[in-house]
Design a binder for this molecule. Sequence first.
Ligand SMILES: [Zn+2]
Length: 439
Amino acid sequence: MTIRFENGIVATLGSENRVLWNSTVVTDGENVAAIGDAGEMAKRYPDAEVVDCAGKIILPGFICTHHHFYSTMARGMAPPGEPASNFVEVLERLWWKLDYALHEEDVLLSAQIPLIECIRNGTTTVIDHHASPSYRDGSLDLIESAVREAGLRASLCYEVSDRNVPGAGIAENERFIKKVGKGDGQIAAMMGFHASFTVSDETVEKCVGIANDAGVGCHIHVAEDMADREDSLAKYGVPTVNRLHNLGLSGEQSIFVHCVHIDESEMDILADTNTIVVHNPESNMNNAVGVTKVLKMLDKGVLVGLGTDGMASDMLSQMRVAYLLHRLDNLDPRVAFMEAPQLLLQNNAEIAERQFGLRMGEIAEGRPADLAIMDYHPPTPLSEANFLGHFIFGLTDAAVDTTVCRGEILMKNKEILSLDEERIAARSRELAPEMWKRL
Ligand SMILES: [Zn+2]
């Protein structure tokens, strides 16, 4: 199907961002066919379906490079027992109880709700990290079906850990990786691990072998809290990144999430091996674990992207939090204006390309037809030269009106078309209290 997204402001992003007023993006099937002056595009594509984008800005769909769909039902839950006073207690008292309590339908609903929120926020591609020990085998297929029904793109993995049963989750990853192979552009697979401090050398070696045979990357939390660093130093005599690198986990397809408590020599390993780091500022602030030295890593040439760690599906708010956090952390109002948008707009596109084999994050002929169309009347002139000012201070408060992924309109005039939001939320409200009781 050919669609003209007509007469909006188009920000192409990509390596040379262009801001084009009164312009139209034409999509044909899963890709962008043309971009240009609205009048000219109407003449060239007279038979296309038309979506009026007056008063709106058309951007490439956003990418989230670390999410946990399964955390959905924690919302509004009273955590069991005494409040956690540190990160390990947060895991033991909340997340490891919650993931254990998830049954089959909880897993499905827990995915569908953030997928709806991704559509609402113009997030069209997600790299997810899943855990549900009581409904493990087949869990990735269930999430895959939810992603396909929603119409979004996702890379999926199961977090292997030895915390309940040694090597739990290896078989689920292996099965899913073999099934998905190199992926079809909509679904991709990775080898997932919880974190260094919950996996033995034996487990890691087994997983790395499977990942290498299939040519996929590994997705693991790294030094999120000081406890992970101390565990690695005490048990293996080296810091976390060194340990994982020695075990073969590093590499250009692998994602090391957080990297809050790493030193400069570990950053050098990440840069030398072209390993991906994903920064999750809202989550780090919420868990009070510390501040990732993102600017230093970027200086060293590490590819750092931006995720939400299950906190949200809104990438613009995450980007603005990164901007504010690193200004404050560096006590320098000159920094992060370029870097925070870079994490989201350029680096996440590069990370997604390594997982999906597709160049997203840019509106250009032949590129994937993934769009976030937002209500925006710029109150000051808007061009390529000052786009980031509008991006950080204006678009973060603008509403996404229409979301397109793979050329399909998933939300129009703020109405979700691919999933029944009311029914799914109602069913989740029924099941969540039962799940909470199982904690
Ligand atoms: Zn995470």
